[in-house]
Design a binder for this molecule. Structure first.
Ligand code: PAF
Length: 310
């Protein structure tokens, strides 16, 4: 199988490094020529919970080097998904599958619109990673990856993908309800990401303070109300207990949104708390805490150059 990972961020590098242990042909596609050349020459260095190790996936900024793909994993930030799909168009064959494990709601819809629902494999991963510099990552935490198709069917290709992932050490299971999966992860991200990015605290510290505990609880309760109204079946029974358990389980993690804010980068707020705000308006459900989190993150994003600690 020819596998292409698009986007050499923390998660893209982690997955590319693991998949390089397989017998498959693995490519990493970057849009930045210099970074691609650097990773192609030096490889990916991983340190953290899986030890200190190196991988050397073929890396390029030029899709023509790759020619065709059987599986393409989109690992860019959600606001770059459309652009990534434009870049990979020449790689598509009749049976090429496109997989997204990105945070937030909207990626499956963007991919389906451009390539058709039958190509899409969606899911979530609970692996944690931090990008240290180009091609260097910290594997911050281990966790399961869950994947499935939009119609809930389990075609043979997705079984092979699960097998490849499991063989290289990415513990992976199949799901028949990826909407439920993605919403279950969304609620976790809605509780943790913006709040850590605003307070600059690691995940675990959110449950140490009365204020952050209360805001987290309110953000999660609002998001859960929306999920309920939309008849989404979550993969856990008690959302607040789950989000608090994730804070604990990933206590030392710098959330992906805090990583973005610390680098003065655009965040995925529109695909996380922003979705709750938009649906709250549509469904007539009050979501003031999520609105406040969105407003604060947008303020931070538009004032990077003016911040006193910058
Ligand atoms: O976005 C992230 O950082 C992660 O999805 C999570 C679960 C919040 C852990 O850091």
């Amino acid at each position: 199988m020819k596998i292409v990972i698009v986007g050499p961020g923390a998660m893209g590098c982690l997955i590319a490094a693991f998949l390089s242990k397989s017998k498959e042909e693995v490519w990493l596609l970057d849009k930045n020529k210099e970074n691609a050349a650097k990773i192609n020459e030096l490889g990916i260095s991983v340190e953290g919970v899986s030890g200190s190790w190196q991988a050397k996936p073929k890396t390029t900024a030029n899709v023509e080097d790759i020619a065709k793909a059987d599986l393409i994993l989109i690992c860019v930030k959600s606001f770059h998904t459309k652009q990534a799909l434009e870049q990979i168009k020449p790689l598509l064959q009749q049976n090429t599958k496109i997989m997204t494990l990105q945070n937030g709601i909207g990626n499956i819809e963007i991919i389906s619109e451009l390539t058709g629902e039958e190509r899409v494999i969606g899911g979530i991963t609970n692996e944690g990673a931090t990008l240290i510099e180009t091609g260097k990552i910290r594997h911050a935490g281990r966790g399961e990856t869950l994947i499935g198709t939009i119609d809930g069917k389990v075609p043979v290709e997705i079984r092979s993908i699960r097998e490849i992932f499991n063989k290289v050490g990415l513990q992976t299971k199949l799901s028949r309800d990826i909407k439920g999966l993605i919403w279950s992860k969304l609620i976790i991200n809605a509780g943790i990401n913006a709040l850590t990015a605003i307070t600059r605290l690691s995940n675990g510290r959110l449950t140490e303070f009365e204020g952050t505990k209360r805001i987290l609880r309110e953000a999660v309760t609002e998001a859960t109300r929306i999920a309920k109204r939309k008849r989404i079946k979550l993969i856990y029974d008690d959302p607040l207990a789950k989000v608090e358990a994730v804070c604990e389980g990933t206590s030392g993690n710098i959330s992906s949104m805090l990583q973005d804010v610390l680098k003065n980068k655009r965040t995925e707020i529109d695909f996380i708390n922003g979705v709750i705000v938009r649906l709250g308006q549509e469904l007539g459900i009050a979501v003031p805490t999520n609105k406040l989190l969105v407003d604060l993150i947008k303020t931070i994003e538009s004032s990077y150059k003016q911040r006193l600690d910058a």
